[in-house]
Design a binder for this molecule. Sequence first.
Ligand code: ATP
Ligand code: MN
Length: 478
Amino acid sequence: MFNNRVKIKELLQSESTGRQVVVMGWVRTFRNNQFIALNDGSTNNNLQVVVELGLLDEATLKRITTGASLKVTGEVVASLGKGQKYEVKAQTIEILGDSDAEKYPLQPKKHSLEFLREKAHLRFRTNTFGSVFRIRHSLAFAIHKFFNDRGFLYLHTPVITASDAEGAGEMFRVTTLPFDNPPRNDDGSVNFKEDFFGKSTNLTVSGQLEGELGAMAFAEIYTFGPTFRAENSNTTRHLAEFWMIEPEMAFSDLEDNMNLAEALLKYLIGYVMVNNREDLEFLAQRLQEEEKQKPQAERSELGLIEKLEFVLNNAFERITYTEAIDILLESPAYKKKKFTYDIQWGTDLQSEHERYLVEKHFKKPVIVTAYPKEIKAFYMRQNDDGKTVAAMDILAPGIGEIVGGSQREERLEKLEEKMAQMHIPAEELSWYLDTRRFGTVPHAGFGLGFERLVLFLTGMTNIRDVIPFARTPRNCEF
Ligand code: ATP
Ligand code: MN
């Protein structure tokens, strides 16, 4: 058996000295031919391995370079150096893999996030990305725990679909047809009957419609998987491939939906505060340093952990879209013409408006409800005013929209009417309409963008830095 190692996190936490251990990891630094800072990814805290004079020959010492991988056996002893309680006094050191110090891209110094994006295959080995991806992992785990504890069924919705849930036309096509010479119909259009599935297919933009089918039998379901949008928006908040959490609940209205979303977000914050304290503290510190570079006016009032605590301990503000528009129209920012986009009842809130509401006006997460029906999807439930639908978006500080959801239209005639108005062919969605034909019930759900959640919890500011390998317009490396 090769793997008899103890993880560095565990070793540093346990309170015993004198025992023999095997540790394996990658060298972060090697000082004075004597002190190795070894990291195995279990924590940002490196293990100090002490190499006593004469243990290794000159040639081996030279091979202990940043990035090299080692197997160390030795004794755990109390550390005299500052910064750690324990260290390992090496008895044997085996070099598992060399790393040419001249060529290794990660020097033991601070690299910019932009540089590290180009080296995304190695950036996991830095403190920042170590913390970010351990928190991302924790969040994924906590999401499953949250829903499982509440009796939600995890439904695997398909990645390849023939339906366009939003009618948004931002889909990646899936095909096996030769694109240089596809089979054609008499009118010259591509004949998708000859394609793999016998029809035109795409990567899913959302699992919601299939999720609703599940909710109509299991009552409470959630999906958690990758979704794809070919939207050409090169922003710090959009990816072409991102992960989404989509619960769907039968026997529920918009308020139940808001309550669930708020409870979920708070649960996740609480979970990470307890289980990833060390990584959060590291990122909070990092953010603080970063903020120092900014002019006073742009600095955030709260540190990362204070921000999370604040969100955890305060009820989210709940307002209607109409109220939001009124607040914006009355705002000093609007009067001083600070907004780029116009504000008018009936048009969608732009990111600058969302951030004004959250960061300047309310200074906490805001749930906006009752949006004009024209700017929202066909499946959202019509309100009695005839003008708005039972939608809800949650806006978070520093992020903008983090959740988008609604109570769904459960009344068959209303739904058919809406689909006709929006030119959505009912035949293609007859399976969806069946849920309204056979035992329809009030139901609601939402989509939480996983990477936006990770942004929020880590204080990172670019979505490319919270997914292992980002897919964005003109960029698909690794
Ligand atoms: P936005 O207006 O920010 O583009 P949206 O209205 O298109 O968002 P929805 O279709 O409601 O978003 O999707 C649900 C959630 O998925 C959003 O609230 C957001 O958290 C996340 N999301 C949407 N598009 C993206 C994307 N391209 N990359 C990452 N996350 C996304
Ligand atoms: Mn979008």
